[in-house]
Design a protein around this ligand. Structure first.
Ligand code: UD1
Length: 365
């Protein structure tokens, strides 16, 4: 593959689509330092901030999803789509990508459709056990589909599917050597156990309410809580920073350190979170979001729970949380077996395997 290759990457809307895209870009840069990488995202979405922070250029399309109800947003959808297709075409004409990669989210639809029309090789990466609508629509057109779960032939042409796993940031592979740095960074008292609470990249209202309702319980159990409540909820919950043994964060920029110092983790079951938790190998209680397409977080979590590798408390059963957590706290054998079993499900070479597939698509260059 030539060194100065042009690579277009599109994906976003939430961290779940952005971080895989950044991990792929980083691996390409490592192999091809002269590669030109351009991201395409959706205007006003998280990627417009996170991608430049990671050191890459991004252009924004005027696109959003289609709502299930009749709304004013839906009325503007056809205009947004036409505008995005047109802008994606202009970006592609100017940038002349040798390959286009999509990691899901609305912006990747118009971008990959236009790349495909211009006969540019295309690859998508699907993070979930139940694919999102954009990737389902793109599946028929693209050349390769990198997935993280089995049995996705229901949604995609079987001959295009390659099971690679989800890209995870490489700094998670070394968390076991970071305990001291992490403890200092989060200023924790290691005579106490640490619970890390993750609400996904946007934060989760129900998980925040769960933590709020259990603050006294955590204090009684001598647990310190690192609580990621989400940007939207920070103003509401930051007052608990005054509470003993609790630190509230809107977003954790040092996830490797947060994972390194955690003894237990309560988390949403977004696809990248699940893949990261497999690599981290600690006792996890999933609280999947029931509000996502086809309940895919419950399916992501169930895949792990069915293999005796994590526990799950559904949102409808949150009143049982303290009982489940207390019995896990007392059962060291269970903590060990959950940690070992979840770690066995890790696919740490996912990013490399995906970039190998990208290389094959442009091997003629
Ligand atoms: C509500 C919603 O639509 N959720 C979807 C979204 O989840 P979401 O955007 O939460 O995505 P994931 O759980 O897949 O990934 C979250 C990512 O954000 C990072 N992170 C999180 C919190 C934090 O403080 N700091 C931080 O860096 C995590 O380390 C991880 O890399 O995309 C996922 C992947 O398609 C889907 O499976 C989820 O159902």
């Amino acid at each position: 593959m030539k060194q100065s290759i042009n690579i277009l990457i599109s994906g976003g809307g939430t961290g779940g689509h952005i971080y895989p895209a950044i991990a792929i870009a980083n691996e390409i840069k490592l192999r091809y330092p002269n590669a030109n990488i351009l991201f395409v995202g959706a205007k006003d979405k998280m990627e417009m901030e996170k991608v430049p922070q990671a050191g890459y250029k991004i252009e924004g399309l005027w696109i959003s999803g289609i709502q299930r109800k009749i709304t004013r947003k839906n009325a503007s959808f056809p205009f947004k789509l036409v505008n995005s297709l047109w802008k994606a075409r202009r970006i592609i004409r100017r940038f002349k990508p040798d390959v286009a990669i999509g990691t899901g989210g609305f912006a990747s639809g118009p971008t990959l459709i236009m790349a495909n029309r211009r006969k540019i090789p295309t690859l998508i990466q699907e993070q979930n056990s139940f694919p999102g609508i954009t990737n389902r629509l793109l599946g028929k057109r693209v050349q390769k589909i990198c997935v993280a779960y089995d049995n996705l032939e229901r949604f995609f042409p079987g001959n295009k599917i390659i099971k690679t796993g989800n890209p995870v940031r490489q700094d998670l592979l070394t968390i076991h050597s970071k305990l001291q740095v992490a403890t200092d960074f989060y200023q924790l008292d290691k005579s106490k156990k640490t619970l890390l609470v993750l609400g996904g990249s946007l934060g989760a209202r129900k998980i925040n309410q769960l933590v709020e309702n259990n603050l006294v319980f955590f204090e009684k159990q001598n647990i310190e809580v690192i609580w990621q409540c989400g940007k939207l909820y920070f103003d509401e919950y930051k007052k608990y920073n005054d509470h003993k043994n609790v630190q509230v964060h809107s977003f954790l920029n040092k996830m490797d350190l947060a994972y390194a110092t955690a003894d237990f983790i309560v988390s949403r079951a977004g696809a990248s979170s699940v893949s990261e938790l497999c690599i981290v190998g600690k006792p996890v209680i999933f609280v999947p979001s029931p509000n996502v397409a086809e309940d895919h977080q419950t399916k992501n979590a169930k895949f792990i729970v069915d293999r005796h590798a994590a526990l799950m408390v559904k949102e409808s059963e949150l009143n049982t949380f303290s009982v489940v957590f207390e019995s896990l706290l007392k059962d060291i054998g269970k903590q060990q077996s959950l940690s070992e079993n979840i770690n066995e499900l890790a696919l740490p070479s996912a990013t490399k395997d995906i970039v190998d597939e990208v290389e094959k698509l442009v091997s003629h260059l």
